[in-house]
Design a protein around this ligand. Structure first.
Ligand code: NOJ
Length: 496
């Protein structure tokens, strides 16, 4: 078993976690200020979303310089200090790298536009035919109509999977691949314990194919893994690959690709089961996912910085999810739903706890999204996915203790805070903390197979994980199972 099998991960956005001094946005120093809190909560590994130099047109997933930190967030020294402070506490840190694309502001792209025969001329996917790769889907269908955008300066189209300001790098160019290894070394040499590789299924394009998870992409993933194994053998690589179940499995291979992959197949099923008061969708997806190769682990999550994605579910399920969780079209982002956990659960604490219990006991290592442990609300008037990225609420002072000045990027939503829940043993925060401690007390949860258990009640999901029998009631009814009675949305971890 490796450290990540049982680690509890916590995702924070630097700009939204905690500001220091008189800053108006969150900073790396602010994160350092809150490490005691994360340690108290039981977090083992902090995941920071991109904090690199960026015009922030995609909140940092549009990188303009892979080697520098956005000046608003602090300095390289601050980052090094953060790593040191985490390690001193016995905690770990992973960061996020978007390697599929850069910002259009990146000097490579600027050079590529103006000097087609120069050293960066072939760094991006240029073409004269905006109809090329018709099989490749547009991901952000609500804002982009094509994966090609015309560039006046170069007099050609460039290819992009996401926003038009995010040109895709050309992985057929060996020089691009070389740059990737330089970037990996640069950050790993700082002492990181892991990396989330963003949009990793999309690196290559080929005529006649859908362009996702292509053999060439998988082969490059293997190169990255063997590079990591050689130089950073304890580090974990986590894939963001939002693909159908069988394709998702390709990112593990036989264990020679990623150590971890986010469990996109399971995530929407938990919400679907709640909407239906029926555990069947969870049983089915668990059945569909094969056991993982040795050394591999799922990244289980309920929410993250993105919308609750519905790209991979069938049309009828998507409709059901919209009906259950999208009361207002303002909450839609791309093909998903940009809401936080507590509002998705309609403010029902019982459902939120049920979801946290699933997070802690389903196969995988749990990833908690900052603020969900206190049931933070969202601001659905904000565009794109910013509804779920508002400043963390620390106390009841002005600006919720996030900063002394009014935050300049996103408003504080308010309503609850860490301080308001800290001393209340019955608060959500303390309940989540106890669940994390329970999870740590059962290391079997890191590796034990998940054996479905028939409960005789369609609303109740049962599975055995090592020495635990886990029961979850997706309905608002009390259900008597004989040895145990589950209240509405009740859950239990029993000795098996
Ligand atoms: C996946 C990230 O999670 C998302 O926030 C981003 O918009 C896309 N990649 C494109 O960079």
């Amino acid at each position: 078993m490796s450290w990540y099998h049982n680690a509890v991960f916590y995702q924070a956005l630097v700009g939204s976690f905690k500001a220091d001094g008189d800053k108006e946005v969150g900073t790396l120093r602010g994160v350092i200020d809150k490490l005691d809190y994360l340690q108290w909560l039981g977090v083992d590994c902090l995941w920071l979303s991109p904090f690199y130099a960026s015009p922030l047109r995609d909140d940092g997933y549009d990188i303009a310089d892979y080697y520098s930190i956005h000046p608003d967030y602090g300095t390289m020294e601050d980052f090094e200090e953060l790593i040191a402070q985490l390690h001193r506490r016995g905690m770990r840190i992973m960061t996020d790298l978007a390697l599929n694309h850069t910002s259009s502001d990146h000097p490579w792209f600027q050079a590529s536009r103006t000097d087609p025969t120069g050293p960066y001329g072939d760094f991006y996917v240029w073409g004269d035919d905006p109809e090329r790769y018709p099989e490749i889907r547009v991901i952000f269908t609500d804002v982009e109509t094509s994966n090609w955008t015309w560039d006046d300066q170069r007099g050609q189209y460039y290819f992009h999977r996401f926003y038009s300001h995010q040109p895709d790098l050309n992985y057929d160019n060996p020089a691009v691949q070389e740059e990737v290894f330089k970037i990996l070394s640069f950050w790993m040499d700082k002492g990181l314990d892991g990396l989330r590789l963003d949009a990793i299924a999309y690196l290559f394009e080929r005529d006649g194919l859908g362009g996702e998870s292509l053999p060439e992409t998988i082969e490059f993933v293997e190169k990255i893994r063997s590079f990591m194994d050689t130089h950073y053998p304890d580090a974990v690589l986590i894939a963001e690959a939002n693909q159908p179940p069988a394709e998702t499995m390709q990112f593990y291979g036989k264990g020679e690709r990623f150590h971890m992959v986010f469990n996109f197949p399971v995530m929407p099923r938990l919400y679907q089961a709640l909407a239906l008061a029926d555990a069947t969708p969870v049983y089915s997806i668990l059945d569909e996912l094969p056991a993982l190769p040795d050394g591999c682990q799922w990244g289980t999550f309920l929410r993250n910085h993105d919308e609750l994605t519905l790209e991979m579910v069938d049309d009828d399920v998507r409709e059901l999810m919209y009906e259950a969780f999208l009361p207002d079209d303002e909450m839609r982002a791309h093909v998903g739903i940009a809401r936080r956990l507590m509002p998705l659960m309609n403010g029902d604490r019982r459902k939120v706890e049920l979801m946290f219990s699933l997070l802690m006991t389903l196969p995988g290592a749990p990833f908690i999204y900052y603020g969900d442990e206190i049931g933070m609300l969202d601001d659905t008037t904000l565009p794109d996915r910013y509804a779920v990225r508002t400043p963390m609420q620390w106390d009841d002072s002005e600006h919720s203790g996030f900063s002394t000045k009014a935050p300049s990027r996103l408003p504080v939503v308010g309503g609850t805070s860490v301080a308001a829940q800290l001393d209340d043993a019955t608060s959500l925060l303390n309940t989540v903390r106890s669940m994390i401690a329970e999870r740590h007390a059962h290391p079997d949860l890191g590796t034990a197979p998940c054996e479905p258990v028939e409960t005789g009640e369609e609303a109740v999901l049962g599975y055995q994980r090592g020495d635990l029998l886990c029961l979850h009631n997706f309905s608002d009814r009390s259900i008597d199972l004989g040895p145990v009675e589950l209240g509405p949305y009740g859950y239990a971890w029993l000795p098996a």
